[in-house]
Design a protein around this ligand. Structure first.
Ligand code: SF4
Ligand code: SF4
Length: 404
């Protein structure tokens, strides 16, 4: 049964995750009209804002809408009451991230700077201890990074760390799925699970009409996860600004490439051989580093200047993400420079600092922080696509679909 209990504390709770000041909203609809992702829905992005004001925690927790907003800020610019609906969606994404996380760490990190800094420090200190205990001999006649940090050992550590991070991220994603199936109404997925309970597989309901969703529809939409992750198509549609989409696209390509280089291809990537400039080991590394460095700097400068609507409000977590990314990129570049300058001790120390920062950033940010959206967004698009596909097949021609 739909959870319709009202929680009077919900508004205060949501406000602990950022700016959320929608009391002044008088439902004029300007935000919906200005939003290029609202399609034909009359309630995007306002519906979840109403859930918060009405204390409808279950419905909010099972809602997809905050993930279907790509934060162009057009609605905030259009709002005559300055209620900042775009930033409200951002706050709700943080809130939902913390609800999906079963460990409770995400909630602590978002609500307390001390917890976030403490978490980063604790993971960094643990990493430093591992390096102290397990590093190899410090060869000082020449740079031998693979003697100081045996690449097989680093590779095993990488694989173990990513297995642990994937465990947390995917179990959190399962909770997202669970909330949407059992508590959500925003994307109509609740109705699918109702159908599942009643009779076979799944249904959507529309104005009393039951529409069955065959398994093939769920399977046929799996490609949307991959396609949306790879193309960032909705980001382009949202911003209507090719430059912003391109920057985001390059940043994501930098993450993915660096992830592949350090997790899958580390034995090839971390070597003491100095290859010529045209060798792929060098230019792939340079490309990933350059886009990560540029992306991090661009975000930081944008947040300092506050010229764009999307940078007007910055939560502590909005700073930590680009700052850690910048530090990771800069220390990685310094390792490279010291190695090429033939400075053994400087290379080993900088490499250790680089690992401490990178591991702390990944452990705190991937399953519990900002980076989790890399999985939650494509998943939300998938759930939405399943519903739309089902309705498209069954609803009479000319009927208007409610996408929200
Ligand atoms: S534009 Fe502002 S006031 Fe109008 S419905 Fe949207 S949030 Fe409310
Ligand atoms: S920020 Fe952009 S995508 Fe998000 S609700 Fe507002 S107009 Fe739509």
């Amino acid at each position: 049964m739909t959870n319709v209990k009202s929680d009077p504390n919900l508004l205060n709770e949501v406000r602990e995750y950022g700016h959320f000041d929608v009391n002044a909203c008088y439902q004029c609809g300007s935000c919906t009209v200005s939003c290029s992702l609202a399609k034909d829905s009359a309630s995007f992005p306002r519906r979840t804002m109403r859930y918060v004001l009405l204390g409808l925690k279950g419905l909010l927790r099972g809602s997809l809408e905050p993930w279907l907003c790509y934060y162009c800020g057009d609605c905030s610019t259009a709002c005559p009451r300055e209620t900042e609906p775009g930033e409200a969606m951002m706050t709700l994404r943080r809130y939902l991230t913390s609800r999906y996380d079963w460990t409770g760490l995400s909630r602590k990190f978002y609500q307390s700077k001390a917890w976030e800094l403490g978490g980063l420090f604790a993971v960094g200190a643990f990493m430093a201890l591992l390096i102290l205990l397990f590093h190899g001999p410090l060869v000082t006649e020449r740079v031998e990074l693979n003697t100081f940090a045996p690449v097989h050992l680093v590779h095993y550590f990488d694989l173990a760390m990513f297995a642990v991070l994937a465990f947390f991220l995917f179990t959190n994603a399962f909770r997202m799925y669970w909330f949407i199936m059992h508590e959500g109404r925003g994307a109509g997925i609740l109705d699918i699970i109702r159908g599942f309970k009643e009779d076979g597989f799944g249904y959507v309901r529309r104005e009393g009409e039951k529409v069955r969703i065959p398994l093939i529809v769920f399977l046929s939409q799996v490609w949307t996860i991959i396609w949306n992750f790879a193309s960032q198509k909705l980001f382009l549609a949202c911003s209507r600004n090719t430059g912003r989409w391109l920057k985001h696209f390059l940043l994501v390509s930098g993450y993915v490439l660096m992830l592949l280089l350090v997790v899958v291809f580390l034995l090839w990537f971390q070597t003491d051989n100095i290859y010529p400039l045209y060798h792929p080991q060098r230019w792939l590394g340079y490309y990933a580093t350059a886009v990560l460095l540029y992306g991090a700097l661009e975000i930081i400068i944008g947040r300092i200047r506050k010229r764009e609507q999307i940078h007007r409000f910055s939560d502590f977590s909005d700073w930590m993400f680009p700052v850690l990314l910048l530090l990771t990129a800069v220390t990685g570049i310094l390792v490279h420079i010291f190695r090429y300058m033939g400075l053994p001790l400087a290379t080993y120390y900088m490499y250790s600092i680089h690992l401490v920062i990178a591991v702390a950033m990944l452990v705190v940010e991937v399953p519990f922080g900002k980076w989790a959206h890399l999985l939650y967004r494509p998943l939300a698009v998938y759930f939405q696509a399943v519903r739309e596909k089902a309705l498209e097949q069954k609803v009479p021609e000319g009927a208007v679909l409610d996408h929200a």
